[in-house]
Design a protein around this ligand. Structure first.
Ligand code: NAG
Ligand code: NAG
Ligand code: NAG
Ligand code: NAG
Ligand code: NAG
Ligand code: NAG
Ligand code: NAG
Ligand code: NAG
Length: 912
């Protein structure tokens, strides 16, 4: 009721006058002010127009002597509406603070009538429009003005210059434009000037040194141009200078060296240039120095070391060169150093570990050389280390484990080598491990799985080998895990993050398998032998897999043996070989090694230990593990296993055969005695066995590496133009015969003769390989296995039909006979034509009967062959391939016959 009366009165100012005596002016003014507001939180509920005095109202304070309102403080009341003329009645108001509300509209110039006002805080509202010029015409008593964080536009009024009592001025975060009023520097008492985050432009007027009391100046985020005021050093008490994010140019003014009180200097994001002067060391109170994103050049001066209080040092994104000065280690309070994105080209300071409080060190995107100093392990508090994109070499120091607070380790794009140190597992807070684009080798440590906070892991573009530890699936916070472009193998772990891993994160690892890479893995557990008469041997290098020849195919039925686990074991074992083979001694070295996935350091407690024996001399596999992982190093696959090429430490290449019939292998003693016997076989025409590696689950045979590929390749690889000459062919036939004869003298049956098992060295000498392996198998299985081993179509002696007939050297003679025909005719033992199967020996035999045997000679020779040699050699081949074993000559006889066939001139050539 009375409220309505007020409103009536308001509409009739004359009437108000009449009521002056009835109502206190202050009550009236405040009630009118309240009437224009929304007060959703009911903060002003105590403002009751029936009260005689407003002095007890919420947010109101009165002068106790006069009982007139001196303070209105309504900060954060969620009020909205306009700042009303009603307030003008409060003639004795000293503090008006309406900060952090929702006031809208423009600033009422009538506020200028509040001549007692000392503090006017309208910050954090939604006031718009420009600041009225009249506002400051009588502002002699005002000490604090803040219009920060509104939506004010237009220029800063010149009248501001008349507020000679002003101490704090805050116009930050508006849309004010134009230049700074030149009268600003008349405000002699001012201590804090904040114009940050506006659209102010032009030069900063000179004369700032007259602001003798200035403690803080913030011009951040405007468009000020020109130079940093030359006379700024005159403001001796300046503690905080922020000119960041403008377009200031030129260098640092000399006078700045007088600012010894300054603790905060931020010049980030300008176009400042030149060298940072030595006198920067005079700014003894500096705690934060940010010169980032400018155009500074030269060296970071060593006087920086004098800044004992420095906490934050940011010179990133400039053109600094050289080193960070060693003296920086004296800045014991440093919490963060960011010198990233410069042209630093020296070493990483070795004493960086002395900065015990350091939390962040970012030196990325420079040209730093040398290695990562081990002293980083002393940075117990550091949580970000970024050395990425430099030219650092050496390895990731094992001392990294000392940085126990580390969360982010960025080392990508350097020249780092060596392995990921296991010690990293001590950095238990690690969330990001970024080491891509280096030359890291070795395996991914399973211990990584203990870093349960890991989110982002990038190991891509390195030379990591081995398989992915299954335990990695325990990493429940993973967001990314990039291992692309490495030499990893084996099965991608299934479960957790790895079920949804992006194919890009794992690409370019030639031997990685699993659903995501679209390559199925061999089953993990060795399967029992399966005799399957209906399928052909998939492993053997048989010329074709077609199922034509019923009898032969039934003999060459397959034995399926799971092989996947061996690959895994092979990787581990060979990496261990790699590490340990160094210690192998002159003639023979026997090492106890674990072959299991879990490398057990005490082999005595682990029955599954392995043993490396080299028959001659010292050996170390340079690319050991890699060889078994890298398809490029695969030389071939045969009935007994896969053959890889790798290098010994002395640079000699060797071929490593990984036996895939492992589960059938004899006991260790039998295996070793057989292999040692094979190791003693040394002949010009035999591939030498150099050593072996044994565990119950993995056996490797280490062979001499023969340069020029297999006889099969030379005869049947039509992609190469060069064709063996007749002389070369004869040399091969004779050499094979001598090699086999030597084997038989030593009671070794080859069992596995075929053109893929005869290698040709660089001088064209044939070397028979893969001999004697059947002896490694228990007798019982020999018969079954012979079908696997001897499965190469066409080379198999008929007695292999596997009844009660004992297998003798004569089986080899049969295979040799077929090889002879193959060499002379250039045809495979069995060739499949469109509708026909041509069995080589039948064909030659028929041609011999027809008197056209000359036409069987490889047509690529045209007529460049000796008929007087070729025809007898073919006849010899046919005799060797007789159906009845006793009709076949023995290999000594074969050698003699061949030497008789050989024409004298060729024999001399052969002696060369
Ligand atoms: C201002 O008003 C808006 C709605 O108009 C509201 O969402 C916001 O919280 C208010 N702000 C304050 C500081 O009260
Ligand atoms: C200016 O006001 C804004 C908003 O209230 C505040 O964040 C800032 O610290 C003030 N500036 C100074 C120098 O006090
Ligand atoms: C501030 O003013 C601009 C125009 O100058 C307007 O677009 C914007 O919506 C205003 N913001 C607020 C919060 O009032
Ligand atoms: C830095 O300085 C060079 C010449 O000294 C100039 O070409 C370049 O534009 C400057 N860059 C910036 C961001 O000011
Ligand atoms: C250093 O400055 C750059 C550029 O201004 C900025 O991006 C970076 O975050 C700063 N570094 C630190 C550690 O604050
Ligand atoms: C960086 O400094 C070098 C000389 O120290 C100069 O040649 C080069 O132009 C500078 N680069 C920029 C972007 O200023
Ligand atoms: C280090 O600095 C570079 C370049 O200034 C920046 O891109 C990177 O994000 C920083 N590293 C970290 C971990 O903050
Ligand atoms: C890795 O090493 C090879 C040769 O050893 C070299 O060509 C290559 O540049 C190196 N890559 C990196 C990223 O260091």
């Amino acid at each position: 009721m009375i409220f309505k009366l007020f409103l009536l009165l308001l509409l009739a100012p004359a009437a108000v006058h009449c009521l002056d005596t009835v109502f206190n002016d202050d009550v009236l003014g405040l009630i009118v002010f309240k009437a224009g507001l929304q007060d959703p939180l009911g903060k002003l509920i105590s403002w009751n127009e029936e009260d005689d005095t407003p002095c007890n109202w919420f947010g109101i304070k009165c002068n106790p002597k006069t009982n007139r309102v001196s303070e209105i403080v309504l900060d954060g009341f969620s009020l909205s509406g306009h700042i009303d003329r009603g307030l003008l009645r409060l003639q004795f108001l000293q503090i008006l603070s309406l900060a952090n509300n929702n006031f809208t509209g423009s600033i009422n110039s009538a506020l200028a009538h509040l001549t007692s006002l000392q503090v006017l805080d309208l910050s954090d509202n939604s006031l718009s429009g420009s600041i009225p010029e009249q506002l400051f015409l009588q502002c002699g008593s005002i000490r604090v003005i803040s219009f920060a964080r509104n939506n004010l536009t237009g220029q800063i009024p010149q009248s501001l210059a008349s507020c000679f009592s002003l101490e704090i001025l805050n116009f930050s975060s508006n849309h004010l434009s134009g230049k700074l009023p030149s009268g600003l520097w008349y405000l002699r008492g001012i201590q804090s000037l904040d114009f940050s985050n506006n659209l102010l432009e032009g030069q900063i007027p000179s004369g700032i040194q007259s602001l003798y009391d200035l403690r803080l100046v913030n011009l951040q985020k405007n468009r000020f141009s020109g130079r940093v005021p030359e006379d700024i050093g005159g403001c001796l008490f300046l503690k905080s200078i922020d000119f960041s994010d403008n377009i200031l140019s030129g260098g640092l003014p000399e006078s700045m060296q007088m600012l010894s009180s300054c603790s905060y200097l931020n010049l980030r994001g300008n176009s400042l240039m030149g060298e940072v002067p030595r006198w920067v060391g005079e700014l003894k109170n500096l705690e934060i120095l940010d010169l980032s994103a400018n155009n500074f050049s030269g060296q970071v001066p060593s006087s920086i070391g004098n800044l004992q209080l420095l906490k934050k040092f940011n010179v990133s994104m400039n053109n600094f060169t050289g080193n960070l000065p060693e003296s920086m280690a004296d800045c014991k309070n440093l919490l963060s150093i960011d010198a990233s994105h410069n042209h630093l080209n020296g070493y990483l300071p070795s004493n960086v570990g002395e900065l015990r409080n350091l939390l962040l060190l970012n030196l990325s995107r420079n040209h730093l050389v040398g290695s990562v100093p081990g002293s980083i392990g002393e940075l117990k508090s550091v949580y970000v280390l970024d050395f990425s994109d430099n030219q650092l070499n050496g390895s990731v120091p094992v001392e990294i484990g000392g940085a126990v607070s580390l969360k982010e380790l960025w080392l990508e794009k350097n020249l780092l080598t060596g392995e990921i140190p296991i010690s990293i597992v001590k950095c238990s807070l690690l969330t990001s491990l970024m080491v891509s684009h280096n030359n890291l080798t070795g395996t991914i440590p399973a211990a990584l799985a203990n870093l349960s906070n890991l989110q982002n892991v990038d190991l891509s573009f390195n030379k990591l080998t081995g398989s992915l530890p299954k335990e990695l699936t325990n990493l429940s916070h993973l967001l990314s895990f990039n291992i692309s472009h490495n030499h990893l193998n084996g099965e991608l772990p299934a479960g957790g993050f790895f079920n949804t891993i992006s194919p890009f994160s794992i690409s370019h690892n030639p031997s990685l398998c699993g659903a995501v890479v679209n390559r199925s893995c061999p089953s993990v557990h060795p399967k029992p032998i399966v005799l399957n008469p209906n399928s052909s041997d998939t492993n053997a290098n048989s010329p074709s897999h077609k199922h034509h020849h019923e009898i032969i195919l039934s003999i060459s039925s397959i034995i399926a043996i799971g092989a996947a686990s061996f690959i895994l074991l092979g990787v581990v074992a060979v990496s261990i070989l790699n590490i340990r083979a160094r210690s192998s001694q002159a003639r023979s070295a026997a090492l106890a090694l674990s072959a299991g996935e879990d490398f057990n350091c005490s082999p005595k407690t682990n029955p599954d230990y392995g043993k490396l024996v080299m028959f001659s001399g010292d050996a170390e596999f340079v690319f050991g593990a890699q060889a078994l992982l890298n398809k490029d190093c695969e030389l071939g696959r045969g009935g007994f296993g896969v053959v890889y090429r790798t290098a010994l430490r002395d640079g000699c290449l060797v071929a490593i055969k990984k036996l895939t019939v492992t589960s059938l292998i004899k006991s260790q003693e039998d295996f070793e005695s057989e292999v040692k016997k094979l190791g003693q076989i040394r002949h010009h025409n035999l591939v030498a066995l150099e050593g072996y590696y044994w565990t119950t689950s993995l056996q490797l045979l280490i062979y001499e590496h023969v340069q020029n590929g297999s006889l099969y390749k030379h005869l049947h690889d039509r992609t190469s133009d060069d064709c063996l000459s007749w002389q070369q062919r004869f040399k091969i036939v004779l050499g094979m015969a001598k090699g086999l004869a030597y084997l038989h003298q030593n009671d070794i049956i080859h069992y596995n003769l075929k053109s893929t098992n005869v290698l040709i060295d660089s001088s064209g000498t044939p070397k028979v390989g893969d001999y004697g392996l059947a002896r490694l198998l228990p007798m019982l299985d020999r018969c079954i296995l012979s079908s696997k081993i001897q499965s190469a179509l066409g080379y198999m002696a008929p007695e292999f039909a596997c009844k009660t007939v004992t297998i003798t050297e004569k089986c080899d003679v049969y295979g040799f006979g077929i090889l002879v025909l193959e060499v002379v005719t250039g045809k495979r033992p069995v060739e499949y034509m469109e509708d026909d199967v041509i069995v080589l020996c039948d064909m030659v035999r028929a041609a011999l009967d027809d008197g056209t045997v000359e036409q069987c000679v490889d047509e690529r020779l045209r007529s460049n062959f000796r008929v007087e040699e070729a025809v007898p050699v073919m006849k010899l081949g046919l005799i060797c391939a007789s159906q009845v074993p006793s009709n076949r000559p023995d290999m000594n006889e074969v050698v003699n016959i061949l030497e008789m066939i050989q024409s004298p001139c060729e024999a001399e050539e052969g002696l060369e």
